[in-house]
Design a protein around this ligand. Structure first.
Ligand SMILES: [Zn+2]
Length: 137
């Protein structure tokens, strides 16, 4: 198992604040000022009430594994990193996000496992968010 590639994301005017924060090790979420919905992924409108009144805050970076799979074969630049884990983590704030579970044996990952966010620098002014098992309390 080697390191996962860190391809730079496509940054748009709507996501630029989010990606800039990842360079500081921060994961931003939005909260609707009208209906209080926590919004993932970055967007201009609340997906529940359609207001444009959204505030941004830094997430805790903690969550639990909601679902996952172990990727054992791929035919792209991720081939050297197999086996690796792709899954959904349910953030402490509620949203479920697609990610990788890293820094552990893929066979040790379980649904419900406590995980914390880590950031992998893309070398282009931002970082990819991934998760590792929480060690200790
Ligand atoms: Zn709303």
């Amino acid at each position: 198992m080697s390191s996962l590639p860190t391809p730079a994301p496509m940054v748009t005017p709507i996501t630029s604040e989010f990606w800039e924060a990842t360079s500081r090790g921060e994961f931003l979420l939005q909260k609707c000022d009208e209906c209080q919905t926590i919004v993932w992924f970055p967007r201009k409108h609340c997906p529940e009430c359609w207001t444009t009144k959204l505030s941004t805050f830094t997430a805790s970076g903690r969550g639990t594994v909601y679902s996952f799979t172990v990727i054992r074969k791929v035919a792209n630049e991720y081939k050297a990193a197999t086996p690796f884990v792709v899954g959904y983590v349910e953030l402490a704030e509620g949203p479920r996000i697609m990610t990788n579970i890293v820094d552990c044996d893929p066979e040790s990952v379980t649904v419900g496992m406590d995980v914390e966010m880590v950031f992998h620098d893309t070398g282009e002014g931002n970082a990819l968010y991934r998760f590792r098992p929480v060690v200790g309390p």
